[in-house]
Write a protein that binds this ligand. Structure first.
Ligand SMILES: C[S@@+](CC[C@H](N)C(=O)[O-])C[C@H]1O[C@@H](n2cnc3c(N)ncnc32)[C@H](O)[C@@H]1O
Length: 446
């Protein structure tokens, strides 16, 4: 699949001195990389090299079959393109963030940036991970549950749903849908779908998205805008347009010269671009704008006190007294203070599909546990027995199989691989019922 002629012409104009190296690099192999989950420290990648701008990022010498690794399903790591991990460096460089930041990832599926943001927060504050496309939102929800944190709210709403939310977020990440030029190396469909008209349409759509979200940012809060395209109209031009519309200023981020990241003028400051012939990663653009004004501090909302407190057995979560319990469609969810405040502020505008930690449903005093409880970092260690599986057994479980020898157990049991829980089984007599969600099951091989 050849590169589109109009794209080549624009690149030659945009990079007069090194267009041929740029275009040649698009025909080389894309680097393979993963970001490990530091809270589920079990994945081992030998021969890997560190991604310089993200301490949890690793380049791998070749692409493993992630689907056939149980630790991938346990949320121990996330295969993520290395340039996107630059968000880690950016978040760590933001000045004066509150101790419990309230963050939104507006265009979040499948969850690459959201899992990174969850690791950045490491249980502090709250992350709202939102995706407008329904099927993609389900994948986002699955990935967020597997990552294990309880301070995450997952929603499925259009950006316009946030337009009447005022001054709630300290950080809003808009990883916008774009013309995808940065993926031309590894995704040949991106080449066939590209046209100048489509790229122009993307730029307009991005402006609409940015307009919808601006008021939801607190004064003093940060907008982090990124795309995976080289198109100036979708990158710096959109940032300059935003600076004309609203009171904001670009935030400078220090970058090591050896990383091969290019500064791009934005207002009187700069954004950053990853080009395939200079940086070890796919095409990417990122810029940060700070809204004028002072940070408001913690979110306040009295309505949260009216939350229904569901009755649940004790001893499920570490520090369970700190959690507020609520029930939606008979499923009990546990939320700590900050997620609860944010949930209350958004609940009438935004459609939540997951919140905090799903505990499960009470059926005749037996808690039928939710999958997110097995994967949660906050579940009490001895809440249920944990049965260790071999790799073949773990893959059998992940395919929905029931030929598992958990003979020493009756009732609910978490099955684990390398000590990291994968999900629930229930042993009844000499039968084992598999509670791994049908839509998460592996269909490959076996
Ligand atoms: C670049 S992708 C996000 C990737 C994600 N942030 C990650 O790191 O895994 C852009 C997302 O925006 C969503 N999207 C598409 N049209 C949209 C729109 N009009 N408004 C908001 N989001 C949209 C897409 O479904 C897609 O999931």
């Amino acid at each position: 699949m050849q590169l589109p002629v109009d794209f080549i012409a624009r690149i030659q104009h945009q990079f007069p001195s090194d267009a041929s190296q740029f275009l040649k690099a698009l025909d080389t192999e894309a680097p393979v990389s993963v970001r490990v989950n530091p809270a589920k420290d079990a994945a081992v990648f030998t021969e890997s090299l560190s991604v310089p701008w993200c301490e949890h990022g690793l380049y791998l010498p070749q692409r493993p079959i992630f689907t056939l690794d149980p630790l991938f399903h346990a949320g121990c790591y996330y295969p993520q393109e290395a340039s996107s991990m630059f968000l880690w460096h950016v978040l760590n460089a933001l000045p004066d963030l509150p101790a419990d930041p309230v963050m939104l990832d507006l265009c979040a599926a499948p969850g690459g940036k959201s899992t990174l943001m969850a690791s950045f927060l490491n249980g502090r504050g709250v992350l709202v991970a939102n995706e407008t496309v329904r099927l993609r939102a389900n994948i986002l929800m699955e990935n967020m549950m597997k990552w294990g944190y309880g301070n995450i709210l997952v929603s499925q709403s259009a950006p316009s749903a946030f337009s009447s939310v005022e001054a709630l977020f300290d950080v809003v990440v808009v990883d916008a849908p774009c013309s995808g030029e940065g993926l031309f190396r590894k995704d040949l469909d991106a080449r066939s779908e590209w046209s100048p008209e489509n790229a122009a349409m993307c730029a307009t759509r991005q402006q609409n998205i940015l307009q919808h979200i601006w008021d939801a940012l607190k004064p003093g809060g940060y907008l982090v805008y990124s795309t995976c395209t080289f198109n100036p109209a979708e990158n710096q031009d959109n940032m300059n347009w935003l600076l004309k519309q609203y009171d904001a200023s670009p935030v400078s981020i220090a970058v090591d010269d050896s990383w091969g990241v290019s500064p791009i003028p934005v207002g009187d400051g700069q954004g950053w671009a990853f080009y395939p012939h200079q940086a070890r990663g796919e095409g990417f653009f990122i810029a940060v704008l700070q809204k004028e004004g002072n940070m408001h501090g913690a979110v306040k909302n009295k309505r949260s006190e009216k939350m229904v407190k569901a009755k649940v057995p004790q001893g499920i979560l570490k520090g369970q007294d700190q959690y507020f319990m609520s029930t939606i469609n008979q499923t009990i969810y546990a939320l700590t203070h900050v997620p609860l405040m944010v949930y209350s502020r958004l609940a009438s505008q935004v459609r939540f599909i997951h919140q905090g930690i799903g505990l499960g449903q009470l059926v005749r005093n037996d808690l039928v546990p939710h999958e997110s409880l097995a994967l949660s970092l906050d579940v009490v260690d001895d809440y249920s027995p944990i049965h260790e599986l071999s790799v073949d057994e773990a893959l059998h479980f992940l395919r929905g199989g029931t030929q598992l020898s958990v003979s020493d157990v009756t009732g609910w049991c978490r099955v684990a691989y390398y000590g990291v829980p994968l999900g629930w089984v229930k042993a009844v007599g000499n039968r084992v019922n598999n509670y791994y969600p049908k839509e998460w099951r592996i269909r490959m091989g076996g």
